[in-house]
Design a protein around this ligand. Structure first.
Ligand SMILES: [Cu+2]
Length: 269
């Protein structure tokens, strides 16, 4: 609750004591629940040495600011610390300039960034538990509860080789081309993996929203799930943003974003 509304409540002359009691009880409940949620957080289990942990919560990232060194190979564990049954699924995308889109409430951030950070960077998946979907053009899945997503009648997008164009063979007009990203004029097929546990209905939903998600590398994690990836930080110095655009961009608007400062190898610490 913002400070303004708190002040407004205090100033209203006729607020009966019962209302105050209710308000205090409500505050105590909110604080109590968040304390319990924190105590149950999977983050309390320590990450392995050398593994950077980024927590995805309802609706924020922790930490809010990271420093990565260009050219350094790092291991990052993404943990959805929002727990079932009330926690939400969250995604991670990294880029610059959130893509805007107009809707009934005006022009707001929609899905993804205009400038992708990872692009064709090779992403190795070391472990995945409760990961709903991963989309990236250059994926190597080494472990975890994942399988390539089969799209319609054609071979799974997840089976497309990195950098390969992966046009549907025969070019049948019934076959939808896979989502592709334009990297310097070269169209790259996206590979898509889903959790083995993801239901057929949910897979259908993911396939439908494929067009919208064509932007860049994206990792979607269910409440309580975690994903460990390893990659070499691209030589793209500057300030980058981590965002979750779930809920039609609502999470991002609610403040689910963090900053990554990428510094050069010689730039030092
Ligand atoms: Cu989110």
């Amino acid at each position: 609750m913002s400070q303004e509304s708190f002040v407004a409540v205090r100033r209203s002359p006729g607020a009966p004591p019962a209302l105050w009691g209710g308000f205090v009880l409500f505050l105590a409940l909110v604080v109590g629940i968040s304390w319990i949620a924190r105590a149950r957080s999977p983050l309390r289990t320590f990450a392995a040495p050398g593994v950077q942990v980024i927590a995805l919560e309802d609706y924020r990232f922790a930490p809010k600011r990271l420093v990565w060194h260009a050219g350094e190979t790092i291991t990052v564990k993404l943990v959805n610390a929002a727990l079932p049954p009330t926690g939400h699924e969250h995604e991670i995308m990294i880029g610059q300039a959130a893509a805007m889109r107009s809707g009934p409430l005006g022009v707001l951030p929609g899905h993804g960034f205009n400038v992708p950070f990872f692009g064709s960077t090779r992403i190795e998946v070391l472990d995945a538990r409760g990961v709903k979907m991963i989309m990236a053009p250059n994926l190597k899945v080494l472990g975890g509860d994942l399988e390539p997503m089969a799209m319609g009648g054609m071979a799974g997008v997840g089976m497309a080789m990195p950098g390969e164009k992966a046009a549907p063979e025969g070019g049948g007009d019934h076959a939808e081309p896979p989502a592709a990203m334009d990297m310097g004029g070269m169209a790259m097929a996206m590979q898509m993996y889903v959790g083995r546990w993801v239901s057929a209905a949910e897979r259908e939903e993911l396939a439908k929203s494929m067009d919208e998600m064509r932007g860049d590398n994206m990792f979607l994690i269910a409440p309580g799930g975690s994903l460990t990836i390893r990659f070499t930080v691209p030589e793209k110095g500057g300030l980058w943003e981590i965002g979750c655009f779930a809920g039609e961009g609502a999470h991002y608007i609610a403040g689910m974003r963090a900053l990554v400062q990428v510094v050069g190898r010689e730039g030092g610490h």
